[in-house]
Design a protein around this ligand. Structure first.
Ligand SMILES: Nc1ncnc2c1ncn2[C@@H]1O[C@H](COP(=O)(O)OP(=O)(O)OP(=O)(O)O)[C@@H](O)[C@H]1O
Length: 312
């Protein structure tokens, strides 16, 4: 990762609130993003992801709190900010008759130092669609063209709102590879997604939001380690006295025998816990077999925190 934590953040939100009538879309959000980081915002429908991204882009103004992009207010300094960010607009601003290649060339012409549009189209599997009018592109092609338009100006910071929604597996992989290449080039990316595998594959940091608030954040592995849902299972002779094992485990851990001869230790399993279990077995002269540590999946964490499944 090429982020530089000593530099001022590329993006910073402090206590940001945004309501639409009675609906509080964003309810006091703090977020910091450093150069070269890829951050995924995850949340169920209506969690406030799009509203957050739109405030960062300067399309919406927060009711209270501050949004700073490169240290600037993205509404007041919209010209300067927009010249340095990449925004993926869903079909926005496209003339239905204009050709894919022409559209990208036009966007590139506004940039001082654009990427080669032909290269970008090839990278996104759109080389054959260069002369296709926008309205004849498939949904997935339009989506990839929107991504190309967001990236062609070599932005320092890119906002991608569900960049792979509706794409097939092959197109999704192309987009993932491109986002990975951006990260290697030191581009900062804020993306929203409903796809856990996408978040895990691309993001250095995940922020899970629900009802406009952050409910968890961390690296994918930090989030799956967090909480008390880790589980260690093993098989051993039936009806062992678990008092000694419970005493050897850290506070809050439980040791049970849910079915005869199958044992379960629940808690935040770390290497020291594994040692405690095997030491206890050795002291009893018992051989534990089929010993297994189950890591929580990100889906489990999400469900636990929001009570909802991710769409898609
Ligand atoms: N312009 C608007 N007018 C009224 N309500 C809005 C507006 N924009 C968003 N909302 C409401 O604010 C809440 C947050 O919406 P937002 O689109 O930010 O969520 P999201 O996390 O992006 O959801 P999704 O995953 O469905 O896109 C929702 O309840 C939504 O209905």
């Amino acid at each position: 990762m090429s982020s530089s934590l000593s530099e001022p953040p590329v993006l910073r939100l402090d206590g940001v609130v945004k309501a639409f009538g009675d609906t509080t879309a964003v309810a006091g959000l703090d977020l910091t993003l450093h150069r070269g980081q890829v951050l995924a915002l995850l949340g169920p429908n209506g969690a406030g992801k799009t509203t957050t991204v739109e405030m960062c882009e300067g399309f919406q103004r927060p009711d209270s709190g501050t949004v700073r992009v490169f240290g600037l207010d993205p509404v007041a300094a919209s010209g300067e900010v927009r010249a340095r960010i990449g925004v993926m607009l869903q079909g926005g601003g496209a003339y239905p008759g204009s050709k894919a290649g022409e559209m990208l060339d036009l966007v590139a012409a506004y940039s001082a130092n654009p990427l080669d549009p032909q290269w970008l189209l090839r990278e996104l599997g759109l080389a054959d669609a260069v002369r296709t009018p926008y309205r004849r592109l498939s949904g997935g092609q339009q989506q990839r063209l929107a991504l190309a338009c967001a990236l062609v100006g070599r932005p320092e910071l890119v906002f991608l709102d569900e960049p792979t929604a509706g794409l097939d597996a092959q197109a999704r992989l192309m987009v993932w590879e491109l986002i990975d290449a951006l990260r290697r080039d030191g581009v900062t990316v804020l993306l929203t997604t409903h796809l856990m595998d996408e978040a895990e594959a691309l993001a250095d940091r995940l922020v899970i939001i629900d009802h406009g608030r952050i409910v968890a954040e961390g690296t994918p592995s930090e989030l799956t380690r967090h909480g008390a849902a880790g589980r260690l299972q093993f098989t051993a002779p039936e009806r062992l006295d678990l008092t000694g094992l419970t005493a050897a485990l850290p506070d809050g851990f439980t040791a049970t025998e849910p079915s005869p001869g199958t044992y379960e230790v629940a808690g935040d399993i770390d290497p020291a816990v594994l040692v405690a279990v095997t030491t206890w077995c050795a002291d009893l002269d018992v051989l534990a077999t089929e010993l297994r540590v189950d890591q929580r999946r990100l889906e489990d964490v999400f469900l636990e925190l929001t009570g909802r499944e991710l769409r898609g």
